[in-house]
Design a binder for this molecule. Structure first.
Ligand code: ADP
Length: 323
């Protein structure tokens, strides 16, 4: 039966604590869109292995942290199918079919691979194949939209290309997905002004302690502008981050009029703490109830497997692998 609402698929890798960039770039969209889309939000734990496989304990902890983060920010498991990627074997099975459909030169054009190569890293085959697994994640569920930050645009394009290639060769089985990137939150800057990213060490973790928030905010560089000296707020890293927690015109105006950096940092610290306090409380409630969290994941995996296995059967049938 065709789902009455359009489908959405997305996830955040369990490779470290989620940060403010992940939240405003992607996760906030998951929460807002969950009412209007049949949402499949997963923990891409297979993707967490690509750069280097972490210890078993670390992977388990990080995976559980992302589940708690999702629940804490307001993803409603009654509305959303929430599951771990590793609980749905079809992701890896479909990726194999796609691996055989794409070429090495095509994958060599992926930014993530090119960046790793440029840094002189010995790139794992997993990092190289990452976009193909992501294509499988999206196409298995016939997602029409994929809410992400701008850095993921190319990966959704890859998913589209792969769907077109498969459909042309074997008959139309896959829906073409579209990335959903919001203009205002496409690239959230980190404390050093570059894109906020776990790999740049410039993050404000969403569930940081008050002390960690203070330390991160205090590390944001400021210029030598004197108090009350006018400046375009958009040129200040401090305001570029602050505006996500307090988008009011009043705040912007006071930055423009030369709000002192010390005062601005104190306000930002307080605004972040106020913003995350209800989320921290919800997180603690779920963390204290691991049985409930496991039930949510099992029920999500069952629903996801049901859809994914049917799709996989159709793929095997189309390719000639069922007989
Ligand atoms: P990271 O770059 O920190 O490793 P991920 O690759 O796990 O983050 O990204 C998870 C989601 O968060 C993706 O949709 C990604 O586009 C989004 N995202 C990550 N960093 C930012 C940022 N600085 N601004 C906007 N979106 C971001």
């Amino acid at each position: 039966m065709q789902s009455p609402k359009p489908r959405l698929v997305s996830g955040v890798k369990p490779t470290g604590r989620i940060h403010v960039g992940n939240y405003f770039g992607a996760i906030e969209q998951f929460v807002k869109l969950q009412h209007d889309y049949d949402s499949f939000i997963f923990i891409p734990n297979l993707h967490a292995l690509t750069e280097s496989i972490p210890s078993k304990e670390e992977l388990i902890t990080r995976t559980m942290d992302v589940v708690l983060d999702y629940l804490a920010v307001g993803i409603d498991p009654e509305k959303v199918t929430l599951f771990k990627q590793s609980d749905v074997p079809a992701h890896a099975s479909l990726a194999w079919i796609f691996d055989c459909l794409v070429t090495v030169p095509y994958l060599m054009r992926a930014h993530a691979y090119k960046d790793a190569e440029a840094k002189g890293k010995e790139v794992s085959a997993g990092t190289f194949m990452y976009p193909v697994l992501m294509a499988a994640d999206i196409l298995l569920y016939d997602a029409t939209i994929v809410p992400v930050g701008k850095d993921q645009k190319q990966h959704v394009e890859y998913a589209r290309d792969i769907a077109i290639k498969f459909n042309n060769q074997f008959g139309t089985l896959f829906t073409l997905p579209q990335e959903k990137i919001l203009e205002n939150t496409a690239i959230i800057p980190g404390t050093d002004g570059r894109k906020m990213s776990k790999s740049y060490n410039n993050t404000i973790p969403l569930f940081a302690t008050d002390e960690e928030i203070t330390k991160a905010v205090m590390s944001i560089p400021t210029d030598s502008r004197g108090k009350d000296e006018e400046k375009d707020p958009d040129e200040l890293i401090l305001y570029q981050i602050h505006k996500y927690f307090n988008p009011s015109p009043e705040l912007r105006a006071s930055y423009a009029k030369g709000l002192g950096y010390g005062d601005a940092k104190k306000m930002l610290i307080q605004d972040i703490i106020t913003f995350v306090t209800p989320m921290r409380e919800r997180r603690a409630t779920f963390a204290a109830n691991p049985k409930l969290v496991q039930e949510i994941l099992i029920s999500g995996a069952m629903k996801a497997n049901d859809i994914a296995m049917k799709k996989m059967f159709d793929v095997y049938e189309a390719v000639g692998l069922t007989q």
